[in-house]
Design a protein around this ligand. Structure first.
Ligand SMILES: Cc1cc2nc3c(=O)[nH]c(=O)nc-3n(C[C@H](O)[C@H](O)[C@H](O)COP(=O)(O)OP(=O)(O)OC[C@H]3O[C@@H](n4cnc5c(N)ncnc54)[C@H](O)[C@@H]3O)c2cc1C
Ligand code: SF4
Ligand code: SF4
Ligand code: FES
Length: 482
């Protein structure tokens, strides 16, 4: 059915609009600005801040104040965005918001526009910087599909947090929550890992060493290598872990092991046998960071983590925080190239549908030159990776890092001959890990790696565009320094 056109008046101006569009959308289209704090055109309206309040008069002449971001336009509606009642309502709301977040610049500025310099109300915590607008929780769930953060508690205790107030296992560090947050709140940095360009630069300076390339990240060496381990490709990831543990560079490693069938989970390996058991790629997004929390709680000081870019981002952010409290904690990070990961249940279903086989019986799975290959009883079953679109983790479409740029050393299959892994060395820790390791080496095809890195970045940029459309990355600190 074709959308109906309606005529309404906004601030005395006749406006034509599609029935059902919000007053805010329509007003903005005709150049009438209405302040908002909890609205993003990329997300479902939430109606929590109410600073977008306007006064409407309906066809029967009844007047009321409504939130414009979620109130649909109708034929004959009259809207006033600046009536005395509207200005009074916004002023009161801003006074309340300023009482909640007295140091947040955005709130201070907006309040000042409405004549509020100081709130009349009692201030509970002068450091509070979250206005509970829910933009972060909604972008994480609705867009990224991750649901790493949510609201907890009620009333004055209400807060945005990761489940159980501990390191989030779900956050992929995409940064969307930080991008949309109108106050640049510290709350979304607690136990989650939004990684913005400035975080990346900071991590690179602190932990990495080498030349910086836009697609490769910081690196000092890149080559193709094969170890004596019969791993996924050249067995390099496992060989690095085994050698590092034998040389005492770490005593625990967080690796990913198959549990039931193909389903997999992160486990703590404290000996070579357990590292060996984890060899081989499981093309799933596996939750890992709570294991890091577990090791820290146990008092472990030398830890290795192997994971895809999202896990690497998380591990680095945790490492940065931990270093303040435990300066002697050493974390060695082995990154894996990753274009996308799959959801176990969905991948199993698609494998059955497309290849007619049970994924749980796979001896090995491989993604190679656009093909998804499942090996069962020595026989290979294959289809195009593209056909698995329905099984891809939604958040991967927002991830722009193919080579795990923040790792100490990254390993992948693209760019190497069969049976070899491409290795990118990014830090002294990575270099040290390679010492005394006997690897057969070849030149890597860096063009192939670059091509996929660019492709992945373009995909993320395209998907982020609607989120960024009416938001600005908060580069300036929003909270005034004491
Ligand atoms: C989800 C995923 C997608 C990938 N996509 C690509 C790609 O598009 N292009 C590319 O070149 N390479 C990709 N890789 C990397 C590649 O498959 C190999 O892991 C890499 O080349 C290392 O091979 P290896 O023989 O050295 O590893 P191995 O020596 O076999 O060791 C593999 C290590 O990976 C760990 N691991 C296995 N599955 C996971 C997981 N799901 N999450 C975290 N750690 C895990 C294991 O704990 C083990 O330590 C991907 C890896 C993963 C996990
Ligand atoms: S960084 Fe991304 S995944 Fe993590 S909490 Fe923020 S929006 Fe969610
Ligand atoms: S694409 Fe790979 S690295 Fe990025 S979020 Fe998905 S699993 Fe993590
Ligand atoms: S922007 Fe409309 S209620 Fe917040």
């Amino acid at each position: 059915m074709e959308a109906k056109e309606v005529t309404l008046k906004i601030d005395g101006k006749d406006v034509k609009a599609t029935e059902g569009a919000s007053i805010l959308e329509v007003a903005r289209k005709v150049g009438i600005e209405i302040p908002t704090l909890c609205y993003s055109s990329a997300l479902e309206p939430f109606g929590s801040c109410r600073v977008c309040s306007v006064e409407i008069t309906d066809a029967r002449g009844r007047k009321k104040v409504v939130t414009s971001c979620n109130y649909p336009v109708k034929e004959g509606l009259e809207v006033s965005t600046k009536s005395e009642k509207v200005l009074k309502t916004r002023k009161l709301l801003l006074e309340l918001l300023l009482a909640r977040c007295p140091k947040v610049k955005k709130i201070q500025d907006l309040a000042r526009e409405y004549g509020v310099e100081k709130p009349r109300f009692w201030i509970e915590d002068v450091e509070e910087d979250c206005i509970l607008c829910g933009l972060c929780t909604r972008v994480c769930g609705e867009r990224i599909g991750v649901y790493a953060i949510n609201f907890a508690n009620r009333g004055v205790e209400r807060e945005v947090t990761a489940p159980y107030h501990s390191f989030s296992d779900d956050c992929i560090g995409c940064g969307a929550c930080a991008i949309v947050c109108p106050t640049n709140s510290r709350r979304i940095q607690v136990n989650t890992y939004p990684t913005l360009p400035e975080d990346i630069e900071n991590i690179e300076q602190k932990f990495l060493k080498g030349t910086k390339d836009e697609n490769f990240g910081v690196y000092s060496d890149v080559f193709a290598a094969k170890s004596s381990v019969d791993g996924q490709d050249g067995g390099v990831a496992t060989a690095l872990l085994v050698s590092g543990m034998q040389r005492g560079l770490f005593d625990s490693a967080i690796v990913v092991q198959r549990t039931e069938g193909y389903n997999s989970e992160a486990v703590i390996a404290e000996n070579v046998d357990n590292i060996m058991k984890a060899k081989g790629t499981k093309y799933l997004r596996v939750k890992m960071m709570s294991k890091l929390g577990e090791l820290i709680d146990k008092g472990k000081k030398k830890i290795a983590v192997v994971g895809t870019a999202c896990e690497v981002r998380a591990a680095r952010k945790i490492q940065k925080i931990l270093l303040k409290e435990f300066p002697d904690v050493e974390i060695t990070i082995i990154g894996l190239f990753c274009f996308e990961a799959f959801d176990y249940e969905k991948l199993k279903k698609e494998t059955k549908k497309l290849l007619g086989v049970d994924l749980d019986k796979a001896e090995k799975t491989q993604i190679h030159k656009g093909q998804y290959i499942v090996q069962i009883d020595g026989k290979e079953y294959a289809c195009k990776v593209k056909e698995l679109n329905d099984a891809i983790e939604k958040g991967c479409a927002y991830c722009d890092d193919f080579t795990a740029k923040l790792a100490d050393i990254s390993v992948g299959s693209v760019g190497s001959p069969d049976g070899y892994s491409t290795v990118i060395v990014r830090s002294d820790v990575g270099k040290r890990l390679l010492e005394k390791l006997d690897l057969a080496k070849e030149d890597a095809n860096t063009e192939e790696v670059t091509k996929l890195s660019i492709f992945k970045k373009k995909r993320a940029t395209k998907n982020f565009a609607p989120i960024l459309q009416d938001m600005q990355i908060q580069t300036e600190p929003q909270t005034e320094q004491c």
